[in-house]
Design a protein around this ligand. Structure first.
Ligand SMILES: [Zn+2]
Length: 341
């Protein structure tokens, strides 16, 4: 136990020294249950499980909270399980162990993992195959099972770019049904809208009174689309997929800062060199094409890269990054963590 205690102290003092500026980030969309963070790509173990390293890199740039996306009933169960691992008291008395099976205690001083519960538009056929009443009530039970850790209903919405995974009518039906969850739980919504703005807006308008609020994540729409969502008192979530083109960047200038949130959607949606926003990135992380310990892997986005989303946004909007990050942090806290200090 004494050894554990000193291991933790060492970790804290090390990480404190290399914390960048005073950024405080909340990654509102992070797919931490994805097997890529365990070194598994398309079912094949390509490198060792480096999950703790991914989290350590994120903590060092100032990510304090991670909202782990649930994309289906089973996925939401897994997301919540992962969120709950951080609530464990370790032998050293500090909450949360990253390596519960290791005798080396790698702790973090925040209970920083949270989750959403819901069903992604491309997975909505699961409502039909498992029985929609049963599926919905299982989602509801899960979202009420841990009110500290489940902070949103979602990911839900519409995705007409990927109708091959789930037909349009099924998506429409079960997006609307998930407002039952929002109404019952009084949780905000984590929303997805891809190539479906008109239908999304119709459903949102019809049901707006049934939810306390929400954020449309991975936003890649027009200035008018953003304005319509803001009219409904929703927030706009920005990640690498929102910063691909010069037109995307123009839209970024039009969103009021009190409506903005940022995210990585990692391991997806990184800012690629070909993206319009790439030239505004200031920070860099040691990255290898082939995995090496202590490095990011090319084409696997990570929560530490959230700082790059901020850098691009701040540059486009001609704002101070630290000021903007604080505004975004406040927005996010207002929606998802209004009961926490
Ligand atoms: Zn999404």
């Amino acid at each position: 136990m004494g050894a554990l205690r000193s291991a933790c102290r060492f970790y804290f003092s090390t990480s404190a020294k290399i914390t960048m500026a005073n950024f405080r980030f909340i990654d509102i969309g992070i797919n931490l249950t994805d097997s890529m963070f365990r070194g598994v790509y398309r079912g094949t173990q390509k490198h060792e499980d480096d999950f703790p390293q991914v989290i350590e890199r994120a903590l060092k740039v100032g990510v304090q909270k991670f909202i782990i996306t649930g994309g289906s009933l089973e996925d939401s169960r897994e997301a919540l399980r992962l969120a709950q691992t951080r609530g464990n008291i370790t032998p050293c008395g500090i909450t949360a162990a990253l390596r519960p099976h290791s005798n080396v205690c790698v702790c973090v001083c925040v209970e920083g993992f949270f989750s959403t519960v819901g069903c992604h538009p491309t997975r909505c056929s699961e409502f039909d195959s498992l029985g929609s009443d049963q599926y919905l009530s299982s989602l509801l039970d899960l979202s009420l099972s841990d009110t500290q850790k489940v902070v949103a209903v979602g990911e839900c919405g519409l995705d007409f770019d990927r109708l091959e995974f789930c037909p349009r009518e099924t998506q429409l039906k079960y997006f609307e049904l998930q407002f039952d969850l929002a109404e019952e739980t009084r949780l905000p919504m984590f929303l997805h809208c891809r190539n479906s703005h008109t239908d999304f807006l119709d459903i949102m308008k019809r049901n707006r009174d049934r939810c306390v609020g929400g954020v449309v994540h991975s936003f890649d729409g027009t200035r008018q689309d953003a304005a319509a969502l803001i009219d409904l008192d929703l927030y706009i979530g920005i990640n690498g997929c929102s910063l691909k083109t010069a037109e995307n960047l123009e839209v970024m200038k039009s969103i009021p800062s009190d409506r903005l949130m940022i995210e990585t959607d990692a391991p997806w949606c990184g800012i690629k060199n070909t993206h319009a926003g790439a030239k505004m990135i200031r920070s860099s992380f040691p990255t290898k094409k082939k995995w090496e310990t202590g490095h990011c892997v090319k084409d696997r986005n990570e929560p530490c890269h959230i700082i790059q989303v901020l850098e691009v946004l701040a540059a486009v909007r001609d704002e101070d990054p630290l000021d903007l990050s604080e505004t975004i942090h406040d927005n996010t806290t207002r929606l998802f963590f209004k009961n926490s200090s």
